[in-house]
Design a binder for this molecule. Structure first.
Ligand SMILES: CC(C)(COP(=O)(O)OP(=O)(O)OC[C@H]1O[C@@H](n2cnc3c(N)ncnc32)[C@H](O)[C@@H]1OP(=O)(O)O)[C@@H](O)C(=O)NCCC(=O)NCCS
Length: 415
């Protein structure tokens, strides 16, 4: 798969068909129209309960509301409590997105969770979301591209649809950055917030949806924004804990310079590749890190600032969740209409950056009737019941078989 692709039908490579079954599936879904498009048919977001304002932070570290607002544009952020986590926020956002799209969890083929703060190293947070939602027919994996994660996720998800491999894909950006922030470091703790946003992508033979994508990385700049310990290089030890190496380390000025350098060029690239001009773009949805970075991109691109969606005053930098959250907000404010062309652009640790150009469809939130709510609650109950019974079955299986494998599957003994 290439990471940079243009959609116009004539240039679309034919979908690769792995076997006859897949070919039949695609034919059944699309008849004589093999060209698939990946449309956004549902979107949703979730925030933790607890609000943390700049004034609250000024009581925790040596900072002021005035400093934070003038240097970043951030006024407040939400932080997860003990009961909330990346998986719970991701599940809530995804559930909202499925609900508004009127799509049942069993219809989802693939779940991608972009996150830099997964629930565990493994199992993947995406698998926990799969279980919580009851997406019994879905594959699931986590994707780590830091704050560019949602752009990577939407690119992969749409390509899975366009290749014919999947019909319905959930792409989620979810973070609990509050768990990896050093709350004594005023240079970083004022920047980040927690939250989640989700898209449901679905196959269609109607042109539109995700048009072009552009992904880039530069590992030589990885140290500018990192969490050094906890992986295979530096395992958890007294020293790593003492030196706060499990928390975000950042060279703010370097990241700032990098972001202002790459944002404008990423936007231009996806617009050029789609054969469009900047005048054709109704809205730019940037990663929400700093208003000064967004202003600089607007200036370089000569796009009026009112075409940019800015929500970081309310939520801070929620990393891979910031773009889908900003889109949910823009839609609610009536800033997105059918056929609008949106550029989503992100940058972050890795270093990574990228952009996606998408044409908004005609999907509107499904009306939530009492019947819908009853169905949703029944589905939730059933997925919990299914998950619970599977756990019980596993326990019974262990009790019956103990630690040995079922007969006929014993591994060969070595002397
Ligand atoms: C972090 C950032 C806001 C800092 O702004 P800046 O103008 O570069 O500020 P500096 O780092 O030069 O620090 C200036 C001074 O403010 C101080 N300062 C840093 N954080 C502060 C805070 N929260 N409150 C008050 N003072 C603070 C510094 O200690 C420094 O003091 P000094 O001059 O006495 O040494 C800015 O560099 C930035 O936004 N970078 C990008 C970060 C980012 O977006 N990361 C995520 C990417 S996905």
């Amino acid at each position: 798969m290439t990471n940079s692709e243009t959609l116009p039908t004539a240039q679309m490579p034919p979908a690769r068909i792995a076997d006859n079954k897949a070919a039949e599936k695609q034919k059944a879904a699309f008849g004589s129209h093999p060209t698939r498009y990946a449309h956004v048919v549902g979107w949703g977001m979730a925030l933790p309960q607890k609000l943390l304002t700049n004034s609250d932070l000024a009581r925790m570290v040596d900072t002021t509301d005035e400093w934070i607002v003038s240097r970043t544009g951030i006024r407040q952020r939400y932080v997860a409590d003990e009961k909330e986590s990346t998986a719970t926020l991701a599940t809530q956002a995804a559930s909202n997105a499925l609900e508004m799209a009127g799509i049942a969890p069993s219809e989802v083929d693939l779940i991608i969770v972009a996150t830099a703060t997964p629930e565990h190293l493994f199992p993947a947070t995406a698998c926990l979301v799969q279980d919580a939602l009851g997406c019994e027919n879905a594959g699931a994996f986590d994707l780590l591209a830091a704050c560019t994660g949602f752009i990577y996720g939407i690119t992969l998800g749409s390509q899975m649809i366009r290749s014919g491999a999947n019909k319905t894909v959930l792409v989620i950006g979810a973070e609990t950055l509050s768990r990896i922030v050093n709350w004594e470091d005023r240079a970083t703790c004022v920047l980040f917030g927690d939250g989640a946003g989700a898209f449901v992508l679905q196959a269609s033979d109607q042109p539109g949806g995700v048009l072009t994508s552009f992904l880039r990385s530069d590992g030589s700049g990885g140290e500018a924004l990192s969490v050094p310990a906890g992986g295979s290089k530096l395992k958890t030890s007294y020293d790593t804990l003492r030196d706060n190496l499990h928390a975000i380390q950042m060279n703010g000025r370097e990241v700032f310079r990098f972001a202002t350098r790459v944002m404008a060029s990423a936007v231009k690239t996806v617009v050029d590749e789609a054969g469009l001009t900047l005048d054709d773009i109704q809205l730019v949805v940037p990663h929400q890190a700093n208003t000064r970075i967004i202003e600089s991109a607007a200036e370089k691109l000569k796009i009026p600032e009112n075409k940019f969606v800015v929500t970081l005053d309310k939520y801070g930098n929620t990393s891979s969740a910031s773009i889908p959250i900003a889109i949910c907000e823009a839609f609610t404010q009536g800033r997105i209409k059918p056929k609008d062309k949106l550029v989503l652009v992100g940058f972050g640790g890795g270093l990574t950056w990228g952009a996606t150009l998408l044409e908004w469809g005609t999907a509107t939130p499904k009306e939530q009737t009492r019947w819908n709510k009853t169905q949703r609650n029944a589905r939730k109950f059933l997925s919990r019941l299914r998950s619970f019974s599977k756990r019980i079955l596993r326990m019974l299986e262990s009790a019956i078989w103990g630690r040995s494998a079922p007969s006929g599957e014993q591994p060969p003994r070595t002397k």
